[in-house]
Design a protein around this ligand. Structure first.
Ligand SMILES: [Zn+2]
Ligand SMILES: [Zn+2]
Length: 257
């Protein structure tokens, strides 16, 4: 299984890019979130993505979805399927594809010629696509948000999503015999723990507390570091000297088997 945290920007003179937006690409044809997916590479690469699973409706996770649909639209019965909770699907139809921000691609879609196909996610209900099994798990953010267990025949990876301190996904992760990696957010440095608490995100201190709930010796990749605080968060996480914790690099494919 190949997982890439897509880059959010082009970078300047080879300087490393920071994460403004969230999208994970899995094996080229499945994505979790569409923060930057529709701004990434060529339209032909975007068109390989058949399924997009949305963790929640915050802008940094859905910003490029309207452009992605435009980039990959082709007349005929095929289109990308967007999977989301009731809450997310309602946000897409009322707040994004509403003929104000963007044309109503949902209403314009006909079975023989869709722009988008919607599929409803329910926590705990596994969806099988493209040789993968994705199981959504509710996490604790300011709006209804799902983390995902992603599995193929031999491998399981957990992508936790935006969350403050949470429980259920660790119970699920600890029960996965083939767990190979976890992607976990750390948004703010510890000095902004008040902001992290009200926005239901993690800081290095609460990240470390979450890791204590994971009873499996697998690598953990840190994602969703707010660009402005990247250096401070990396410094604080490094100082914790946690084993097998890595800062995820945007654009780098991570392979697990
Ligand atoms: Zn969020
Ligand atoms: Zn976010």
């Amino acid at each position: 299984m190949k997982i890439t945290l897509l880059p959010s920007s082009l970078g300047i003179d080879g300087a490393p890019t920071r994460q403004f937006l969230t999208s994970f690409l899995i094996n080229d044809t499945v994505a979790i979130d569409a923060g930057s997916l529709g701004y990434w590479h060529r339209w032909q690469d975007q068109a390989r993505v058949q399924h997009i699973f949305l963790s929640h409706s915050h802008m940094d996770h859905v910003a490029s979805l309207p452009l992605l649909l435009e980039n990959v639209y082709e007349r005929g019965p095929g289109s990308v399927t967007v999977h989301g909770s009731d809450f997310v699907l309602d946000c897409l139809s009322r707040d994004m594809f509403n003929d104000r921000i963007w044309p109503n691609f949902i209403a314009l879609s006909r079975p023989e010629d869709p722009f988008i196909q919607l599929s409803r996610l329910e926590a705990g209900k596994t969806v099988e696509v493209e040789g993968l099994r994705l199981t959504p798990v509710a996490v604790d953010h300011t709006i209804p948000t799902l983390g995902f267990v992603v599995e193929d025949a031999t491998t399981a990876v957990v992508i936790v999503g935006d969350t403050g301190p949470t429980e259920e996904i660790w119970r699920v992760a600890n029960a996965l015999p083939n767990l190979r990696a976890v992607f976990l957010e750390t948004s703010f440095p510890d000095a902004l723990s008040g902001l992290a608490t009200i926005s239901r995100h993690l800081t290095p201190a609460t990240f470390a507390q979450e890791l204590r709930k994971l009873q499996r010796p697998v690598p953990v990749y840190v994602v969703h570091i707010k660009a402005r605080y990247h250096e401070a968060v990396v410094r604080e996480i490094t100082a914790l000297q946690l084993p097998d914790v890595h800062i995820a690099e945007g654009g780098r494919p991570y392979t697990f088997q």
